[in-house]
Structures are given as structure tokens and as C-alpha cells.
Design a protein around this ligand. Structure first.
Ligand code: SAM
Length: 367
């Protein structure tokens, strides 16, 4: 990161009302947290961070009951969905504290079925521990103790919405359910339901009015019933520094077709001289899964989270990911001229992160 960028980040943090750094919070200045992954339990790590250090959080927690990340403090292997949800509420309460008051959370969550513990995992491809939970006690009993939650084998557990509603009840504003449509879903041998080809990204905010630069992620105004995939030409260095640094009112009609028209009105300008080239981004994002070859677990594709980073933080702003894994959020943040803070339980992933982040650092320096 070049000195100008560091200076801009320091300005943004102090504009957020930088707090002193008490001993119980580790005594570290905000800048000490930036552009690195902090290893350990994310809840404990975040408790040492100052208030308001990050502008946005972009993250993908472990699925419920799917993978064993090989660590005692890992989240995801709780006894019941209710226990899993309660744990995530605790984690995201701390995220809310470390976000600025106009901050946002972009939360990627996938669902799974009762009685299929570990069934959607894939085999470990590296020496880094990331095994399916085949030996987990719940697998032996097929459903384990999840009957406590009234779930039967084959029930869709609705984990993403359970988490979303619990976060809403805890004080977050639940602003949108974005559908991540996967054109290349994992094959399933089911014959009594459709093959699952989507996950959720929930947009939540700390306040009713928040920083959200929808101009930075406008999509081409395709005529007719065109899809809503993110236009790749608008990503990467193209967008470096493009995002406006002034917060936008989140609930403005931002559809650009007709003054006064909203997504709900269905109005369009007849006989207008010029159709708009761009429109407000739609809520279904078609992005192919592109597993990072070095990682054993589900990394989210860089293309999926580029819009979250662009809309969620201005150039120089700080992006937090408490479940950093291979460092995708850090890579995208660096590439788009934002700073990042990562938390990750497993220090074995440091090499993966270093590979991705140093590559992006090189591009930034060379640019
Ligand atoms: C779905 S993966 C995140 C993948 C990441 N988005 C990427 O693209 O590489 C979830 C990560 O959360 C980590 N994790 C699980 N429990 C944790 C905890 N209590 N604190 C910090 N990290 C944790 C796991 O080790 C795993 O790397």
C-alpha cells in the first residue's frame, strides 16, 4: 500500500470519530489493524478492535454442519441451528460495534438440509486440514439433536433466513436479500426437488441511513428481459477510486429510467431521445463459482464480492472480514484501492493469503 493510500485511510478513520485505544482493547491504534489477517477466534479478536474502525464488512461464515475446519473454536459445528444462529448473532453484534455508524454488512450464507451432515462437502485437495465432517457424532445418527428444532431429515433448514431474522431482531436493518445465482451449481443426484443453484447475500446496515454507493455498481441497461450479471468491464482497476466518497441515501429511487419512477412502478419513457446506458443494479447476481485452486474450502468468487466492496466502502475505506479464509476479501479490497482487516482461526491459511495478497500488492505498486 502506498503512502497516499495509508494517509487517506487514516483520514477516513479519524473522520469516523476515532476513539482512544484502551488497554482492554489491546491498546492498538486503528492503523495497526489494517491490511493484515489477525489469527485467532474472530469474536475475541474483534473485542480488541476500536469502535467504528471499518466502513463495511463482507464475509462468508462457515455453513452450518458442513465442514470441519480442524479447530476447537470453529463456528459451524454447533448442536442445533438455534445454537449456530445464536453464535453468529454474537459475532455480528461485535461486527456492528466495530463498524462506523453508516456502515454495512454484506453477508453470504448458504442453506443445507437436515440429515445431510457434511454431504455437500468436497474432498480435501491440499494438505491444509479441511475435511468433511464424516466422523461428526451427528452424522452417525443422521439427524442428531437437530430434532430439538422440529426438523425432520430432508427438511430444508432455512439457515440463511433464520440468521437474517435473528440479526434483524438484534438491531440490524435487514435491507435486502440478494440472490447469488450460480450458473454452474454443484451436481446433485436428487429426483424430488430442483438442483440447488443459489445462495444469499444479505445486505444489512447499522443505521437506517448508511453509505451505499449504488452508482459505483450500476449495470448496463439491457433492453428486454436481460440478466443481471455484474458487468466485468466495471471491475478491478477500472473502478479504482471511482466510488464517490459521499454517502448516499440508501432508499432513494435510483433507477434512472424515468424521473419519479421506482423499481415498482414499471414506468418507462416512451419516445425519449435516449435510453439510459446504465441502471440500478438488480438483486439477482449471476456469478459462476470459481474455486481458488489453493483452498480446500468454499472461497467466494472475487467477482461476487466486487460489488459489495465498491458499494460498501469508498476508495481508501476499510473492509472487514471476520472469516477471512484464503483472503478473497483482502484481495478484492486491495485491488479496488480499499484497506482490509481479516480475522481467521486457522493459521495454516496464512500461506494461501500471502500468495493472493502479495500478488495484488505487486499490481498496486506497479500501477
Ligand atoms: C467459508 S470459509 C471463508 C472463505 C473465505 N470467504 C474465502 O473466500 O476464502 C469460513 C472460514 O471461517 C473460519 N472460521 C471458523 N470459525 C472461526 C472463528 N471462530 N473465528 C475465525 N474464523 C473462523 C474457517 O477456518 C474458514 O476459513
Amino acid at each position: 500500500m502506498n503512502p497516499n493510500q495509508t494517509e487517506r485511510i487514516a483520514t477516513i478513520i479519524s473522520a469516523s470519530g476515532e476513539t482512544p485505544y484502551p488497554e482492554e482493547r489491546g491498546g492498538q491504534a486503528p492503523s495497526d489493524w489494517l491490511n493484515q489477517c489477525h489469527f485467532g477466534d474472530c469474536l475475541e479478536t474483534m473485542r480488541r478492535m476500536p469502535d467504528g474502525i471499518a466502513q463495511t464488512c463482507v464475509t462468508s461464515p462457515p455453513y452450518f454442519g458442513l465442514r470441519d475446519y480442524g479447530h476447537e473454536r470453529q463456528i459451524g459445528l454447533e448442536e442445533t441451528p438455534a445454537a449456530f444462529v445464536a453464535k453468529l448473532v454474537e459475532v455480528f453484534r461485535e461486527v456492528r460495534r466495530v463498524l462506523r455508524d453508516d456502515g454495512t454488512l454484506w453477508l453470504n450464507l448458504g442453506d443445507s438440509y437436515a440429515g445431510s451432515w457434511g454431504a455437500q462437502g468436497h474432498k480435501t485437495t491440499t494438505g491444509v486440514s479441511g475435511v468433511q465432517i464424516a466422523n461428526h457424532p451427528k452424522r452417525a445418527s443422521n439427524t442428531g439433536s437437530i430434532k430439538e428444532d422440529g426438523l425432520k431429515p430432508k427438511d430444508l433448514m432455512g439457515i440463511p433466513w433464520r440468521v437474517a431474522f435473528a440479526l434483524q431482531a438484534d438491531g440490524w436493518y435487514l435491507r435486502q436479500d440478494i440472490i447469488w445465482h450460480k450458473p454452474n451449481p454443484m451436481p446433485e443426484s436428487v429426483q424430488d426437488r430442483c438442483t440447488k443453484s443459489h445462495e444469499y447475500i444479505f445486505l444489512l446496515s447499522k443505521s437506517s441511513s448508511y453509505y451505499c454507493d449504488m452508482d459505483a455498481i450500476k449495470e448496463p441497461a439491457a433492453k428486454g428481459a436481460a440478466g443481471s450479471s455484474f458487468h466485468t468491464g466495471k471491475t478491478g482497476e477500472h473502478q479504482l477510486g471511482r466510488a464517490s466518497s459521499k454517502p448516499r441515501k440508501s432508499d432513494s429511487a435510483n433507477d434512472s429510467a424515468v424521473p419519479g419512477a421506482s423499481e415498482h412502478s414499471g414506468l418507462h419513457r416512451e419516445g425519449s431521445e435516449r435510453e439510459p446506458d446504465e441502471r440500478n443494479k438488480r438483486s439477482v447476481w449471476t456469478v459462476a463459482t470459481t474455486p481458488y485452486k489453493g483452498a480446500h474450502f468454499a472461497t467466494f468468487p472475487t467477482e461476487l464480492i466486487e460489488p459489495c466492496v465498491l458499494a460498501g466502502a469508498p476508495a481508501g475505506g476499510v473492509v472487514l472480514d471476520p472469516f477471512f479464509g484464503s483472503g478473497t476479501t483482502g484481495q478484492v479490497a486491495q485491488n479496488l484501492g480499499r484497506a482490509f482487516i481479516g480475522c481467521e482461526l486457522n493459521p495454516a491459511y496464512e500461506a494461501l493469503q500471502a500468495e493472493r495478497l502479495s500478488q495484488m500488492g505487486f499490481i498496486l505498486e506497479a500501477a
